[in-house]
Ligand binder design. Structure first.
Ligand SMILES: Cc1cc2nc3c(=O)[nH]c(=O)nc-3n(C[C@H](O)[C@H](O)[C@H](O)COP(=O)(O)OP(=O)(O)OC[C@H]3O[C@@H](n4cnc5c(N)ncnc54)[C@H](O)[C@@H]3O)c2cc1C
Length: 380
């Protein structure tokens, strides 16, 4: 039985597994996913309060935007996610959001990672392993031998890498020489923004008295976005407390990238206190450093995927390989400060020429592109 390893259990990896299973229902195929994290989601992650697992916060992606251009093309994906209750229309007020005409925003009542979990369920029988950090990839006897930080290496017929591009370039072993010089240059040209996110968790009965569910902040050097996360997702309840998500600006994230999270957290909290004086004291706080937050420059010409080796197949994809509407290096600072590769950022008042396509939509296009690519190889 052919063994396919998908590295990364974010939206790209999970959708890849689901579509591969859907495309090849009869095929004896073992699909394996490895992720270095302790759970599913990638940058579409949902954190839980250590005091109450029902009190959750989306620390990465916030909401999904369907643009008119994709409404028809990706109808089945959205219908599926809506039918399963994974997506619901965003109805809560978001201050500072600029809606593009004809577009629709969706939230995930169960947290943004529920999109990934949905696709993992759809991948019916794929074996998902967390805390499997891929470090080296070797070519041995016509198969890929994949090493992880702990445990024995394993062999696979096909490997699909869905990890951020800089992390592909960190992999060691034969892959270093397999990546052609021209591909390496393209991969090295991909850039991501960096930012911090804080999740503040409160006990049941806490009331955060603001008229909005989320707000884009334009006049603070540290904070760019605040969300009363459960309110944004329309899941306010007396059984669990609210949660607040804070995203820093990219300039702040970049300036403090090499700092310890423990030192950055109080700075963000000070700024939050200035913006929201009197905010109740949370029961716990999670600080997340997003070294690779959103793509500011994708692979030139945005092929959707890159084939590193044909037989056996080694292919990579993800948001670093997708289309970009950035106008070269002339990206206005506002775009760089809150890049649009991550869907929701298009909601800010930035020049149209700097807008990027929404991530989920793009991921679907790309996944379909490389799923047919992978499928062809599995069949042949
Ligand atoms: C702060 C923030 C806000 C965002 N806002 C939005 C938004 O509102 N809407 C939107 O649509 N998008 C948003 N995005 C972008 C969106 O989350 C990403 O574009 C999307 O998650 C990319 O999916 P992916 O599967 O390609 O990569 P990822 O989600 O990054 O998944 C890659 C996975 O690979 C794993 N991995 C990495 N290296 C290894 C390794 N060596 N071995 C094993 N596993 C590894 C990681 O742990 C991760 O789980 C946001 C992102 C951030 C950080």
């Amino acid at each position: 039985m052919a063994r396919v390893l998908i590295v990364g259990a974010g939206p790209t990896g999970s959708l890849c597994a689901a579509l591969l299973r859907r495309e090849l229902p009869q095929r004896p195929l073992r699909i394996v996913l490895w992720d270095k994290a302790r759970g599913a989601g990638g940058r579409m992650t949902t954190s839980r309060s250590p005091h109450n697992p029902r009190c959750t916060a989306d620390l990465g992606a916030q909401y999904i935007t369907l643009r008119p251009a994709y409404a028809l093309k990706h109808q089945s994906f959205y219908e599926d996610l809506l039918a399963h209750g994974v997506l619901k229309p965003l109805t809560a007020p978001v201050e500072g959001m600029v809606m593009e005409e004809g577009s629709h925003n969706f939230v995930t009542p169960q947290g943004i990672s529920s999109i990934v979990k949905h696709y993992l369920t759809e991948s019916a029988g794929a074996d998902v392993f967390y805390e499997h950090h891929v470090t080296q990839i070797y070519l041995r006897g016509g198969k890929w031998e994949v090493c992880k930080k702990t445990g024995s290496p394993e062999q696979f017929d096909i490997v699909v890498l869905t990890i951020p591009v800089p992390q592909i370039l960190q992999l060691q072993g034969d892959i270093v020489n397999i990546i052609k010089e021209s591909q390496k240059q393209q991969l090295e040209s991909v850039s991501y923004s960096s930012r911090y996110a804080l999740g503040l968790f409160y006990e049941a009965g806490t009331w955060i008295d603001v008229p909005w569910a989320a707000q884009y902040i334009t006049n603070n050097p540290c904070i760019r976005f605040i969300s009363i996360d459960n309110k944004k997702r329309n899941i306010e309840s007396s059984e669990f407390g609210p949660s607040v998500v804070v995203h820093t600006s990219v300039p702040f994230g970049t300036a403090h990238l090499e700092w310890d999270k423990e030192k950055v957290q109080p700075i963000i909290l000070d700024h939050l206190e200035n913006i929201m004086p009197g905010l109740p004291k949370p029961t716990s706080i999670k600080c997340q450093k997003w070294r690779y937050s959103q793509v500011t420059k994708a692979i030139p010409s945005c092929p959707g995927q890159m084939t590193l080796h044909i037989k056996p197949l080694l292919v990579c994809g993800g948001d670093g390989f997708t289309h970009s509407n950035f106008d070269g290096d002339e990206v206005p600072i506002k775009c760089a400060a809150y890049p649009k590769s991550g869907a929701t950022r298009n909601k800010q008042p930035v020049p149209v020429k700097g807008r990027k396509k929404r991530v989920l939509e793009r991921i679907q296009v790309d996944i379909q592109m490389y799923i047919s690519h992978v499928t062809r190889f599995v069949i042949s």
